[in-house]
Design a protein around this ligand. Structure first.
Ligand code: RP5
Length: 150
């Protein structure tokens, strides 16, 4: 059963977020990617967030550009950890999304990555999962060792 759901506001976010799915693959973490928009298909976002725990997801990564309400809306409908990735394709270079994701109202947190921070979103999801899943803990430790060149 996939542990991580990656949801994107648009197909146009796929190229940036490929690094996220590649990193999850490398760590051996099962995941699924879905395109659902907070603005174009809001009912689908709500239903997805409500169903996520019973489908076995333990972390949701939500990536969106411009207003970037997607991670916030998901966090409103689900108590699962939500990691937001601002996509930097707007005329404002992603600053709009970054601030929208970072400035969630108190009580509804979203872990905000850097603009286009797809790889770190995967690694942060891995860190959350590593608390409970030993194979993920080992894979993450290996990744960190390789990264350090040890
Ligand atoms: C956001 O609007 C999406 O996440 C995307 O980054 C941006 C543009 O979407 P498209 O017009 O390319 O579908 O909701």
């Amino acid at each position: 059963m996939p542990l991580v759901a990656i949801i994107l506001g648009s197909k146009s976010d796929l190229d940036v977020m490929e690094e996220c799915s590649n990193t999850l693959e490398r760590l051996g973490i099962s995941h699924e990617t879905h395109v659902i928009s907070a603005h174009r298909t809001p009912d689908s976002v709500r239903q997805f967030a409500l169903d996520a725990p019973s489908r076995g997801f333990e972390v949701i990564i939500a990536a969106a550009g411009m207003a970037a309400h997607l991670p916030g809306i998901v966090a409103a409908w689900s108590a699962l950890p939500v990691i937001g990735v601002p996509i930097g394709k707007s005329g404002m270079g992603g600053l709009d999304s970054l601030l929208a994701i970072a400035q969630m109202p108190p009580g509804v947190p979203v872990a905000c990555m850097a603009v286009n921070g797809a790889r770190n979103a995967a690694l942060y999801a891995a860190a959350v999962l590593a608390l409970k899943h030993e194979p993920v803990r080992d894979a993450l430790a290996n990744y960190r060792e390789e990264q350090a060149g040890t």
